[in-house]
Structures are given as structure tokens and as C-alpha cells.
Design a binder for this molecule. Structure first.
Ligand SMILES: [Zn+2]
Length: 588
């Protein structure tokens, strides 16, 4: 289908951002003019509160317009990649961004070098809102190396990134999967479909063809992975951190304790629930021992139910009724003001996201199919959009943009509430079983799998910090040993599964994955408390949605009533998981 064949009401309305290209160019030219004024502030912007304020207003005006133009063009490009006019505007915005960045390098450096002056300018009433911004820069400055060293680091950056670049462009080709004499294409994406196949031979073939190839290039992947980990170690040392873990947690201002707690909860304290799930799978699949390629076979069938967009919104409104009228009004706005682009068509970007800035609505791109998964995606993205809407309407520009660390809370709380609503409404055991199984599977990915990955990643970093070599053999045998402990004795972990670690791009992202676990645990707790009528939790959560980045992520979560450093959060979250398991058993 082409875009012009889709009803206007089912497409987003970007004219709310700019009515015409003339409007766009008004902002474009203003930004150009602003950028030309920035250098004149270089020597004086910290001189006194008035000059500082004048400068910050100029920066804010520039950034807000840049972000607005970026939103307008990137959204349009995602649905109309063939439109040359839009492509042209888009590349003009990107080069303007470049211009802006080059002209503002001095800001952080000047603030870092003049802490006294910086503290002085934020001490007056009308500059107070810049305290967090300034203090964050000053906090980082204690980890800056000398100018000469920073200069060398900046120049070496692309060289240090080359192991990752090699990894991201190196795409092994996999032997196709043979199904009844017909050859089927195999890659990472199709693998996940093959692994759901009820025919064991197809799963085995797909698994072996794929990881066999990773094994063949084991030495290459060992080199790209160890190169990246050595890069992390190098950066942490030159920036005076005690470990790469500490360095990676610094920007979110998260203590190491949280990282280790997440691992400990999943792999020690509540590991028995994972083993319980594995033995249930063994029983349902009727096997003496499970193979790694058995672990993705669905344990419940998808009921044949279709959901129109109206059905979807009915369910979404019901699931979020507990938040009250104000929240629901924003959902109505999203629908009536056309923030959402629902259906997929030729050329449109796949998947789903929520994207906006301070001066636009938080738009949503969807690829809606009439199934239950699409409703989960829609309520997830609406969660992000309401969070953005609330933060931008309750905070000044400098404090509205929440961090990735807390972003997934707003979206997954909604998913959890939708699950409760759907379970209440389910008409058959089969329907219930399907919903519960999907939640269980998703939970395993988030609250067990990610800590397992985080632990592996951390051991590799520790080894590299101690100058231990990271050979293909060291990496894969470590991964194999940890995999055996993780799945327990009910799963046959073969030598080939040791090479799974080479297929996980997240190991190149410098301790990213533990955040998924924190997000899911916190959301599960918030949602179950609100669902069970805890009004204090509801109020705290709604305030959290309005708080943008006024505080560090952990402080925001503490205010929201879910301190991730407190064991209670994990006790509640894993108990919620146990309940899902027990309810699922009852449906069998
Ligand atoms: Zn999300």
C-alpha cells in the first residue's frame, strides 16, 4: 500500500509543527543568526548572572528551534523516504546541528575550568534552574584528563572504535534451512522464527547453521569483542576511574551496589524461579532434557482474536483508568490531534517509537496489525508520549528531558496494566495462558537474561583490567560455563552454544543491559501496587512522570516510591513473576 491510499485520520499531522516550508525557514534563519552570535559570549558568559542568563536564553532558543526542525524532518523522512524536498531539509538541519556543536565546544570546558565563577552565576534566583546543568558538568570535570591528553583521546577515538566498527559491518552468511527440500533464508531475524517451530529438526538445523558460522569466525569475534572491552578499560583508566564499571555508571550517577544487586537477585536469590520455569517447560514439551534450541518454542497458542483500533483504544482507556481523567485526556489528545501514524506502507520505517521535543507533540510511529501484540506496543509508546508531554508541560526546557535510565518505566508500567485488564477480560483458559506465557517470556528476557549478560560482560572487563588475555577460548568457555549454571541441569548446553556470546551486539554497548532489569522490576512493582488500589503509589508515580530530569535517575525513582537500591523492590518484582508462573500453571 502507498501512503496516499491511507485515511488522513490514521496518519500523523506534522502541520502542527510547521504549517509550511516558509515557517520552517523562519526558524532555520533565526538559528543561523543565533549561531553567529554564540562566539561573542566565549570570554564573558560566566562573568555575571545577567550575562549568563542572556547566553543561556540564546542557547535555549537555538536548541529548541533545532530540535523542532529535526523532529519535523526526521518524522517526515521516516514515512516518506523518497520525498527529495524533505530529504533536503533534513540534511540541512543535520549540518546546522554540526555547526552548532562546533561553536559550543567551549561551554563545558569553560565551566569545568572555572568552577567558582560557575557556582557564582547560578546563585541568583533567576539562574537557579541551571544548577543541575552546571553541577553535572562540574561533577564530570573531576574525571577530565589534562588538555593535551584529552586532545590525544579525541584524536584516537575513531581508532579505538574500529573493533566495534568491524563487528558491526561484518555479516557472516548462514547456510539456509532446509524444510521439505525447500531452502529457507537464515539470519538473526529469521532464526527467532525458526526457533519457534514445533519441528525439532528445523530448530536444530537453524541453530547449528547459525552458530556454526559464529564458531568458524570465533577468532575474529574474539578480537572485535576484546578490542572493545580493552577500549572501555583504557577510557576508564585515563579518566581516573577505579574500573570500567564505575566509569560506565558515572553519567547516571548510579552506585556499583545497584549493578551487583541486580545480578545477585537474578542469578542467586531468585534463580530458583528460573529453574522452576525450565522444569515446567521440560514437562510441557515432554522431554527428558531440553536443548538450547527448545527454549523459544511457545508454550501457549495465540488465540484467533482480531482487535480493531477502536478495540485497542477501548482497552487502553480501561487499563489506564486508574490514572484519572487528566492522564486520559492526554491519550484523547494523542488520538484526536493525530499524534499517531498507525499503519505500515511502502517505504515507511518499520517498528515503533515515540518521538518529540519541547515544542512539538510527542509523535508515535506504529506498524499496527490487528493483534494483541500491537495493542501492547501502542500502550507502550503512549506511555513514553505521556511521560514526555507531562515533563515538557511541567518543567523548564533545561530540566524536561528524562534519561534513558528511567524512560522505560513509563512505557512498561502501561504494558503491565494492560496485561491485568486483558486477563480480567479473558474468556477462555487458552486466552489467559497465551497472555501469561508472553508476560513470563518477556520477564525472563528482562529480569533474568539481562543480569546474566551483565555478569558475563563484567567478568570480561575485570579480566581485561587485570591484563588477562581475552582469547577466543577464554571468552567462549567462560560463556559456556555461565550458560550451564544459568539454565541448570535440565538443559543440555553444547559446545556450540558457547558462541552465542558473539551474536549479542549489547556486549559492545559498555554495561547497558542492567538498566532493562531495573526498569522492568520497578515497573512491575508500580503497576501491581496501583492495580491493587495503592493511591499513594499512584500519586507518586504521576509526579514522577512530570519530573523530567530535575534529579538523578535513582533520586527520581526514590521519589516515585520505588528505590531500586532497596531489596523490597526485587522481592516484590520476583514475587510478581512467581505469580505469573503459578497462574500459568493453573491454566494448563
Ligand atoms: Zn520503550
Amino acid at each position: 500500500m502507498n501512503r496516499n491510499e491511507i485515511d488522513e485520520n490514521l496518519k500523523w499531522d506534522l502541520s502542527l509543527i510547521y504549517k509550511s516550508n516558509e515557517d520552517f525557514y523562519l526558524d532555520f534563519n533565526k538559528v543561523k543568526e543565533n549561531i553567529s552570535l554564540i562566539p561573542s559570549f566565549k570570554e564573558k558568559f560566566l562573568d555575571n548572572a545577567e550575562t549568563f542568563l542572556e547566553f543561556m536564553k540564546l542557547i535555549e532558543d537555538t536548541c529548541r528551534k533545532l530540535e523542532k526542525m529535526y523532529q519535523y524532518t526526521h518524522l517526515a523522512v521516516d514515512v516518506e523516504p523518497e520525498n527529495n524536498e524533505i530529504q533536503n531539509l533534513y540534511s540541512q538541519v543535520l549540518s546546522l546541528y554540526d555547526d552548532y556543536s562546533q561553536n559550543t565546544v567551549f561551554i563545558d570546558l569553560t565551566i569545568s575550568k572555572n568552577p567558582e565563577k560557575a557556582k557564582e552565576v547560578i546563585s541568583s534566583d533567576n539562574t537557579k534552574i541551571y544548577s543541575k546543568y552546571i553541577n553535572d558538568i562540574l561533577r564530570s570535570s573531576s574525571h577530565l584528563a589534562s588538555d593535551e591528553v584529552e586532545d590525544v583521546i579525541a584524536k584516537a577515538d575513531s581508532i579505538l572504535n574500529s573493533p566495534y566498527e568491524t563487528y558491526s559491518v561484518f555479516r557472516p552468511e548462514f547456510k539456509p534451512v532446509n524444510i521439505n527440500g525447500k531452502e529457507e533464508f537464515l539470519n538473526q531475524e529469521t532464526l527467532s522464527e525458526f526457533l519457534k517451530n514445533p519441528d525439532e529438526n528445523i530448530r536444530k538445523q537453524a541453530y547449528e547453521n547459525l552458530y556454526g558460522e559464529y564458531k568458524k569466525f570465533g577468532n575474529v569475534f574474539a578480537s572485535t569483542l576484546s578490542g572493545t572491552i580493552k577500549r572501555d578499560v583504557f577510557y576508564s583508566k585515563v579518566h581516573k576511574f577505579n574500573s570500567p564499571l564505575e566509569a560506565s555508571l558515572f553519567s547516571d550517577n548510579v552506585p556499583k551496589e545497584l549493578f551487583y544487586k541486580v545480578i545477585d537477585m537474578a542469578l542467586n536469590k531468585y534463580h530458583y524461579l528460573l529453574l522452576d520455569y525450565v522444569s515446567l517447560r521440560k514437562k510441557i514439551m515432554n522431554k527428558d532434557k531440553l536443548e538450547i534450541y527448545d527454549m523459544n518454542v511457545p508454550l501457549a497458542k495465540e488465540p484467533d482474536i482480531k482487535y480493531s483500533l477502536n478495540d485497542a483504544f477501548d482497552l487502553i482507556f480501561e487499563a489506564t483508568k486508574c490514572f484519572g481523567e487528566d492522564y486520559q485526556k492526554i491519550l484523547e489528545k494523542a488520538r484526536n490531534e493525530r499524534w499517531i501514524d498507525y499503519y505500515t506502507h511502502t517505504g515507511k520505517r518499520q517498528g515503533a517509537y515515540s518521538s518529540g521535543c519541547y515544542d512539538t507533540n510527542p509523535y508515535i510511529l506504529m506498524s499496527y496489525l490487528d493483534d494483541v501484540k500491537s495493542i501492547f506496543t501502542l500502550i507502550h509508546e503512549l506511555g513514553h508520549s505521556v511521560h514526555s508531554y507531562y515533563s515538557s508541560h511541567n518543567q523548564p526546557y533545561i530540566l524536561y528531558d528524562y534519561k534513558i535510565f528511567v524512560a522505560e518505566v513509563a512505557s512498561t508500567v502501561n504494558e503491565n496494566l494492560l496485561m491485568y485488564t486483558l486477563l480480567e477480560k479473558a474468556k477462555s483458559k487458552e486466552e489467559k495462558a497465551y497472555l501469561l506465557y508472553n508476560q513470563i517470556f518477556e520477564n525472563i528476557t528482562l529480569i533474568y537474561r539481562q543480569p546474566f549478560f551483565a555478569n558475563f560482560e563484567n567478568i570480561l572487563h575485570e579480566k581485561a583490567s587485570n591484563n588477562e588475555g581475552l582469547s577466543n577460548h577464554t571468552i567462549t568457555s567462560l560463556y559456556g560455563d555461565l550458560t550451564k549454571e544459568y539454565w541448570g541441569s535440565d538443559v543440555n548446553v553444547t559446545e556450540l552454544s558457547n558462541y552465542f556470546c558473539y551474536a549479542v551486539p549489547h556486549f559492545y554497548y559498555n554495561y547497558y543491559v542492567y538498566k532493562y532489569t531495573v526498569g522492568q522490576c520497578v515497573s512491575s512493582v508500580i503497576a501491581s501496587r496501583i492495580y491493587n488500589g495503592n493511591t499513594e503509589q499512584k500519586e507518586k508515580y504521576l509526579n514522577f512522570l512530570k519530573s523530567g530530569c530535575t534529579k538523578d535517575p535513582i533520586e527520581l525513582l526514590k521519589d516515585a516510591g520505588v528505590n531500586p537500591l532497596d531489596d523490597i523492590i526485587y522481592d516484590e518484582a520476583f514475587k510478581n513473576f512467581e505469580k505469573l508462573l503459578n497462574d500459568f500453571k493453573e491454566c494448563l
